[in-house]
Structure formats: C-alpha cells, structure tokens
Design a protein. Structure first.
Length: 478
C-alpha cells in the first residue's frame, strides 16, 4: 500500500493548459444480502478497472482555442533512501487519515455531535500535521531548500510530521474503539449499503444523460464510476455477511474486522456515486456561468485595448485572448455539445494575464474550475489509494492549500496542480497493473467475482495477504 516508486516530478511554471478473499469456513455465504448487482458484478468490476485504460481525458481540443489540459507527465525514476522513506511516510499517513475520515462518517451517523467532537478535533489536528508535511514535500520537489544538508533535514521533517499526525489519532484511539458498538454499527452499515445500492441505477441514468448533453471530455473522468461503485458494494456484501455470521457465532473481534472492511467499501462506493451527482451540479453551474464569463472577459479586454503597451501596437497576449474568446463564442453558437468547465478554463486562462479581476465573474469562474478539478482528483486518490503514490498526493495537497486562499491566481495554480495530480494518480494505477498478486488467469485486470481486487485497488485490503488481510486502520493505527 505504501508505494514509494514515484520520484519527484519537476514543478512546471503555469501553462495553458490474492485471489478471491477467503473467509473462515461457514462464513462465505452471501445469501443474506442478495443484490441485483451481484449478477453482473464480475463484468462491472472488469469495466471499472479497465476504464483507466480505455479512457484518456482529451489533451488536445478539436475546437479552436487549443489544449486546456495539464502538461503531459512522464515516468520518473524510483525514489531511494531518505526520499523513499519520506514518500512512504506520506502515503501511510494519508491512507490512515482518509480511513479515519470514513470511520468518523459512520460514527457521526450513530452518535450525537458532542460525543463525536473530540475525535473530529483530533482528526483536524492530524490533518494539519499532514498538510504541513505535504507542503514541505512540495517545496522540496520545487528545489527548496537548495543545500544538501538542509534537504536531508527537510525529508526528516516530513517523516516527523507524518508520525505526529499518527500520534494525534493514537491519543484518542482507545476512546474511539470504546464507541464502536457492534450491535448498532452493523445494522447502520447494512442500511447505508442498501441506500447506496438503490442509488446506482439513478446514477447510471444521470451519467448517460450527462454524456448526451455535454461533450465527451466533460464526463470522461466519470467513466466506470457506477461499475466501480457496484464492485465495492459487491465486496461489502460478502464482508457484511461475514461480520453478521461472526457476530452471531460469538466472535466479535472477527466481526469488527469484517465490518471495518465493509464500511470502507461502502464509503468508497459513496464517493463514486456522489461524484456523479456533484459533477452534474458542477457542469450545470458552469454552463450557466459561461455567458457571463465570456461577457466579463470581453469587457476586461476592451479596457486593455484602451491602454496598449506601445502606441498602435497590439498586445500579443491580447491577440491570443481575442482568438480564444472568438473560438468560444463560435463554439457556443454552433449548438454542438460542449464541455462547460473546459470552456470556463479556456476563458480564464486566456484573460488572466491581462485583466485585473474587476469583473467578479472571472475570479468566481476560476474558483469553480479549480474546485471541480480538485474534487475529481481527490475522489480518484480516495478510491484508488492502494496504487497511488506520494507525488500525486503531494500535488493534490498543494492544490487544496492554494484553493483555500480564494484568490484568482492561486485558483489557477490549484487547477493546474489538481489536473497534474489526477494524471499522476492515473499513471500510478496503470503502472500498478494487476491489483491482486496471484489473481486467476483470464480475469481481466485481475478482478474476481467477490470484489476483492477492487478493494485492493482502493486500499481497503493489502494485496499480498492470502486471505485478503485486514483493512488499514484509521483512528486505531496499531
């Protein structure tokens, strides 16, 4: 789980764009929670993993205005020594905090706000430590500090911050464990499972509607979301039944272990489903914003024309911005399907070097685009973290940091970093290949009919345990 093969990627200046899980004997039946999705589970799982190979988000647009995606990311040599240790520490800490967030989400559904508050505080403190570690890593990748001794010290500081993040959770681990009432948690997880199962159909319908309404680039990153949600739910089906059987037979420790794995799978299924809903809202909002953003950009450029750099000499960037805006207006009037977020990104990137942001719609558009890109990258890392390394997570953390400032310039940079983080994470998944060691031959992508491989890809289970292993722990990191 703690991939350390990825090396620092040079920071660029802003530019335009195990086989099936084995249960204890007598605990493998899934008859208690029969789902319609089980019938097509294996096919859906294959499609879910295969999508990262089938779908490549468009880097070059066929419409005028050029590319708006991130610069291509090339493979980097593996990390070694202190670099590897720092990368492993970041991945381990990030995995633990993501698991803790999911655990806290289930606790919030069962307990009152006052009971949960101390754990929310501990998680916030741990997140602060990890954010500082990621910031140190980002600066390290940018070449800061320069001196070799200082760089070694920075790597040690990253490891120290990650360890402190873990200690913040360790401090409340015992209290959190005491809150886990199996008799209440298991029915709650089953109810949440059934709710999400019922949402897979509407999500598929919504995704199909988005594909008809917008250009392919608008929904390419969502391809496979519903299939992968079904795959996680398939895995949750077996683990919930195993938890129920272990509980009924008086083995609470086994039941708790199975339940944690089921909860993690349900939480990831929610990320997939809610990602479709959120993206639909983002596209609708962007579509409504495009006309105002285009008008605002043209007004800003009109001001620039009145103050050229030299007498009677058009500003080169002004000529480029005029070309981009003209292509956007042509695209909108052609009545062809288009990608609203991509259009906003093109408008913002073309006009940002020339304008002062007096038109409030342009900074707002920049923030909307950056938020969408960052959320999509975060979803991908969350649901594929068994394969995603430290560099992608570092770029994502930096995007979140910049996005929090709320400024136009930081939003633009956050957008670029989020797109880079997503590309790096996808590259990690492709390089990882078969997510389960010793998976059966002839199963595409290593997926089996139990959803185990998807759970490994999602970091819910380690890939080297013969019986599927235990889920990574969040508040209890022992």
């Amino acid at each position: 789980m703690t991939s350390v093969r990825d090396a620092p990627v040079a920071i660029k200046a802003p530019v335009p764009a195990a086989s099936a899980a084995a249960a204890e004997e007598g605990e493998t039946s899934t008859a208690d929670l029969v789902l319609p999705l089980v019938v097509g589970g294996a096919v859906g799982a294959v499609a879910g993993y295969g999508y990262v190979r089938r779908v490549r988000r468009a880097r070059e647009r066929t419409t005028p205005g050029g590319a708006s995606g991130p610069p291509p990311v090339s493979a980097a040599p593996p990390l070694a020594g202190p670099d590897a240790e720092a990368g492993a520490a970041l991945v381990h800490a990030d995995d633990r905090l993501r698991t803790a967030r999911a655990e806290l989400g289930f606790a919030e559904g069962l307990l009152d706000a006052g009971t949960v508050a101390p754990f929310e505080g501990a998680l916030r403190n741990a997140e602060g430590e990890l954010a500082a570690a990621f910031r140190m890593r980002q600066r390290y990748d940018e070449g800061i500090p320069v001196e070799e001794a200082a760089r070694r010290h920075a790597l040690a500081g990253i490891v120290g911050r990650c360890e402190e993040a873990g200690r913040r959770l360790d401090a409340v681990a015992g209290d959190f464990a005491d809150l886990r009432d199996l008799e209440a948690a298991l029915p709650y997880a089953e109810a949440r499972f059934r709710e999400l199962t019922g949402r897979t159909g509407p999500a598929q319908t919504l995704l199909a509607d988005l594909a008809r309404r917008y250009a392919p680039t608008a929904t390419a990153f969502l391809t496979g979301n519903v299939e992968q949600a079904k795959d996680r739910l398939l895995f949750a089906t077996a683990r919930l039944n195993m938890a129920r059987q272990a509980s009924d037979s008086g083995r609470p420790e086994n039941a708790a272990r199975y339940l944690r794995a089921a909860e993690a799978a349900v939480a990831q299924a929610a990320v997939f489903i809610e990602g479709v809903d959120r993206s639909a809202a983002e596209l609708r909002d962007a579509e409504a914003t495009v006309p105002a953003a285009l008008t605002g950009a043209e007004a800003e450029l009109a001001t620039v024309r009145r103050h050229p750099l030299k007498e009677d000499e058009p500003h080169p960037r002004l000529l480029h911005a005029d070309t981009v805006l003209a292509s956007v207006r042509l695209e909108l009037t052609s009545r062809q399907a288009y990608d609203p977020l991509d259009v906003l990104r093109r408008i913002v990137r073309a006009t940002a070097p020339l304008t002062s942001g007096r038109s409030g719609v342009l900074p707002a558009a920049a923030l909307s685009v950056a938020r969408a890109a960052t959320a999509a990258a975060d979803d991908f890392v969350t649901t594929h973290r068994g394969a995603v390394g430290a560099t992608a997570r570092t770029r994502l953390a930096e995007a979140r940091r910049l996005l929090a400032s709320g400024t136009w310039a930081d939003a633009e940079r956050a957008d670029e970093l989020a797109l880079e983080a997503r590309e790096l994470a996808e590259q990690d998944v492709r390089l990882r290949g078969n997510p389960v060691a010793g998976a059966p031959e002839g199963v595409a992508g290593g997926f089996d009919a139990t959803g185990t491989a998807g759970a490994v890809l999602g970091g819910i289970l380690p890939g080297d345990a013969a019986d599927g292993g235990s889920p990574p722990l969040g508040f209890d990191g022992a």
